[in-house]
Design a binder for this molecule. Structure first.
Ligand code: C2E
Ligand code: CA
Ligand code: CA
Ligand code: CA
Length: 275
């Protein structure tokens, strides 16, 4: 029994070691990847559900790592935030996305996710303005998505940030609406241009009735706040039809295809005459 315990101890230690080693490799790789420009924007279509027309794209970050393969943002964004690298990483992606989006039809919008860490940077909106000007990108085509978890922080600072972004002509959306327990008074005191209903709620529309009631309540709350809605995570026709009965809105999800790189998007737009 003693021997077994000892072995178990060693096994535990070495798995912890390998986890640490993996983390360190990740951190080193991330730094190198930023220097080498290994981060690429992918794009997910956003559709006007009423007309079925493409209205824009959400940029989703991917890491094309020589060591790890294609890595998703849920893995590297938290590490980049911790390491203080998120600002540089985000800037790199935004610049690529501006370049891509400038070749699209001018009515197509570009949505970009911004980390709560970036929202704490008092210079964020200045930095963004500089990028908009340098790359000659029309601010009104840009939508910044901030997550509901930002609202746990200094709400005055968030309000100032939203105002200065909107003063530049940039739109600001509340992402992952419903997951962060924002209070109603917080929501009504922040002038978001749009609410994005998280896919954890939307996916319930493929099942029972109670799921539909929650999404319905979220939509009528948005109506009351005079904020338009985007539903994320539309995976099938059933969800799409259920959403359409709830009102006018935009939507996105795998029903319309998986996120694609810039080249694939350009091909798609060339075929539909939206380039
Ligand atoms: P999000 O903003 O909620 O983005 C939607 C995520 O759900 C994306 O995952 C997308 O691929 C996935 N998704 C979209 N439609 C469907 C669907 O129909 N079904 C299912 N099952 N999933 C769907 P992804 O690309 O892995 O992104 C995860 C999160 O990473 C995003 O969540 C966003 O919060 C964050 N993120 C992505 N890019 C960036 C970035 O450049 N900067 C920052 N700070 N965060 C980013
Ligand atoms: Ca988002
Ligand atoms: Ca999210
Ligand atoms: Ca979400």
């Amino acid at each position: 029994a003693k021997k077994q315990g000892k072995n178990r101890f060693f096994w535990f230690e070495s798995s912890m070691e390998s986890e640490l080693r993996f983390r360190n490799e990740m951190i080193q790789g991330l730094r190198r990847g930023i220097e080498k420009g290994e981060f690429v924007p992918f794009y997910e279509q956003q559709i006007d559900l009423e007309t079925g027309k493409l209205v824009g794209f959400e940029m989703l970050a991917r890491w094309n790592s020589p060591d790890f393969g294609i890595v998703g943002p849920d893995i590297f964004i938290p590490i980049a935030e911790e390491m203080g690298l998120i600002g540089d990483l985000s800037e790199q992606l935004i610049v690529q996305a501006f370049t891509d989006a400038k070749s699209w039809a001018p009515e197509l919008t570009l949505s970009v996710n911004i980390s709560p860490v970036q929202m704490r940077d008092p210079w964020f909106s200045q930095k963004l303005l500089k990028l908009l000007i340098e790359h000659n990108f029309p601010p009104h085509r840009l939508e910044i998505e901030i997550t509901e978890s930002c609202l746990h922080e200094n709400i005055g600072m968030v309000r100032t940030m939203i105002a200065s972004l909107q003063n530049q002509g940039v739109h600001v959306s509340l992402d992952d609406f419903g997951t962060g327990y924002a209070s109603l008074s917080q929501l009504s005191s922040l002038p978001f241009d749009r609410l994005k209903i998280d896919r954890s709620f939307v996916k319930e529309l493929s099942g029972s009735n109670s799921g539909a009631k929650i999404v319905q309540a979220m939509v009528s709350m948005s109506d009351g706040l005079h904020m338009p809605v985007t539903a994320e995570g539309i995976e099938d026709e059933k969800i799409l039809e259920a959403l359409k009965t709830l009102g006018k809105m935009k939507g996105q999800g795998y029903h319309y295809g998986l996120p694609e790189n810039g080249e694939a998007v350009r091909k798609r737009l060339a075929e539909s005459g939206q380039l």
